[in-house]
Design a protein around this ligand. Structure first.
Ligand code: R5P
Length: 302
């Protein structure tokens, strides 16, 4: 086995190699003057009959990161004779998981099919928007819910916690986190206007959060709009602290201001992308332990 990092590896490849003793290898990459990508597996990196684990996250520069992952699969399959395993800490295009309007592309399906066609035989992703989307990847695929890492970090920070999901779609995540913290969870109802993309919540009073530490958990936070609206509501309901916990946090300065104005106490985010905003309010956590477990599962070693 050997581990390969592409252009966007948020520190997972080296950690996996160090933990397992598998060889670590950096692929040669360049960008042609017209913007096209190039990938080459160095000769001392690969051996015929040795399987590669390829780490590539897909934010920022989603499209280029996808293409690079496809090129790497093509090259690795050729030089090793085996299908590589893709470790994608953040899978781009996952939120377009169905045709909401007639004629729309199911983007996640297109990306997963492309990864498989390029040569990946197995896939590990961290907290994909909808786990069910993985049915579009014909090989063995495992979704990592980094609930234990989040719960371990949160335990020291909260007293009498309650978990809240900002929409029905994130309920499974909230349920898992509440179980890990031996508490209960609630769901807030969210609606999205499919044409304008505008989000609305239907808030009903939540007296059970008064005086308690509330953890709002979601897969991704980007503009912070979804979270800010929920954080403000929970503060109005009398929550003592409101802590946000997300798997993917490509958060901008503007989004952070929105959350601060809404009354957020603390943000925990996993490191799954190659962009991160440094701020004392934000604590970053590595999903590497859970990812390693998932790689072993895909390889049938776990
Ligand atoms: C949507 O369903 C997702 O789970 C997130 O709630 C959403 O994408 C977060 O985006 P933003 O931070 O831009 O509101």
């Amino acid at each position: 086995m050997f581990v390969v990092s592409l252009s966007c590896d948020p520190g997972i490849g080296r950690a996996v190699a160090a933990e397992t003793g598998w060889r670590y290898c950096e692929v040669l990459r360049k960008v042609f003057p017209d913007g096209e990508r190039y990938v080459r597996i160095p000769e001392d990196c690969s051996l015929k009959g040795e399987r590669a684990v390829v780490v590539q996250s897909m934010y920022p520069n989603q499209d280029s990161m996808i293409v690079e992952a496809l090129l790497a699969a093509d090259a690795l399959k050729e030089v090793t004779g085996l299908e590589p395993i893709a470790v994608v800490p953040y899978l781009a295009y996952a939120r377009q998981d169905r045709a909401f309007l007639q004629g729309e592309a199911v983007s996640v399906r297109a990306v997963l099919r492309a990864l498989h066609s390029a040569g990946y035989g197995g896939l590990v992703v961290v907290d994909i928007h909808k786990e069910d989307s993985l049915r579009h990847f014909p090989g063995r695929a495992v979704n990592v819910l980094p609930v234990n890492t989040l719960a371990n970090a949160l335990r020291d920070f909260v007293e009498d916690p309650i978990v809240v999901s900002p929409d029905k779609g994130a309920a499974r995540r909230a349920e898992a986190l509440s179980k890990a913290l031996a508490t209960e969870y609630r769901i807030v109802e969210k609606f999205r206007d499919r044409l304008t993309g505008e989000i609305r919540h239907r808030f009903v009073p939540m007296p059970e959060v008064r005086g308690r530490d509330v953890i709002v958990v979601d897969d991704i936070m980007s503009t912070g709009g979804t979270m800010a609206s929920v954080v403000r509501f929970l503060r109005e309901q009398g929550a003592r602290k409101v802590i946000v916990a997300v798997s993917h946090g490509p958060l901008t300065e503007k989004a952070l201001t929105r959350l601060t104005n809404a009354g957020v106490t603390k943000i925990f985010s996993m490191v799954t992308t190659c962009y991160r905003l440094e701020h004392p309010l934000i604590t970053y956590l590595s999903p590497v332990e859970e990812v390693l477990q998932a790689i072993k599962e895909v390889l049938g070693m776990g």
